[in-house]
Ligand binder design. Structure first.
Ligand code: GTP
Ligand code: MG
Length: 202
């Protein structure tokens, strides 16, 4: 778990912000998958990132400073059915501009709901991460919604679809902190490789 987290800025488009240049960790996934909740639970701060039961809450790029050491970037979610075509296009532009300009990006967390097979847009996000060579960690959210005995049955098709090994996926619950230590460890390994043995996540 992180010790300290500060909200820095919300950006409609990626650009300059105070302190830019530190290593970055990006959080991406479909709307409502639990990105903001995961950020709050990793930081131990309930209201840090705004969560909502209404999908499409986070439309901006939200930047947080973690432990005065790296930036966590909460990216807008995809796949929200009710957005207009124009908004979907604008989402694509925001994302590709971010990924092409985020020179300090060390790791992307790709969040998928443990209960569901990845959507078409999850597959596109996954293909994009592979193509760009950005190291990524798949996180299966809302793990508290199924019993532990059911994990493997749910993780296997997700792993197949996203071309990773099932044991490399971290089941995560923002409600009971399941997976929090494993994820914090994976993040530190990749964001600060010099402090550990260098290890690729994927
Ligand atoms: P957007 O900002 O719209 O892209 O959504 P998001 O991915 O940030 O999702 P958010 O964290 O706002 O969570 C969406 C809903 O899922 C909220 O009602 C959360 O309470 C719920 N939720 C998120 N994580 C978990 C979890 O681990 N377990 C359970 N049971 N519910 C969760
Ligand atoms: Mg959000």
């Amino acid at each position: 778990m992180f010790k300290d987290a500060k909200f820095i800025i919300s950006l409609p488009r990626y650009g300059d912000f105070p302190g830019r240049g530190l290593p970055q960790l990006a959080v991406c996934g479909r709307s409502n998958v639990g990105k903001s909740s995961l950020i709050n639970s990793l930081c131990g701060r309930r209201g840090l990132a705004k969560t909502s039961s209404t999908p499409g809450k986070t439309r901006l790029i939200n930047v947080f400073l973690i432990d005065n050491a790296f930036h966590l970037i909460d990216l807008p979610g995809y796949g929200y059915a009710k957005v207009s075509k124009r908004e979907q296009e604008s989402w694509g532009q925001i994302m590709s501009a971010y990924f092409s300009q985020a020179e300090a990006l060390k790791l992307a967390l790709h969040l998928v709901d443990i209960r569901h097979e990845p959507s078409q847009q999850d597959l596109e996000m996954n293909a994009f991460l592979y193509q760009t060579g950005i190291p990524f960690q798949v996180v299966a959210t809302k793990a508290d919604k199924i019993s532990r005995g059911q994990y493997q049955r749910h993780l296997a098709p997700i792993a197949r679809a996203l071309a990773v090994q099932p044991w490399d996926i971290i089941p995560y619950s923002s409600q009971n902190a399941q997976g929090r230590d494993a994820l914090a460890q994976a993040i530190y390994k990749q964001v600060f490789p010099a402090r550990n043995q260098t290890q690729r996540i994927v």
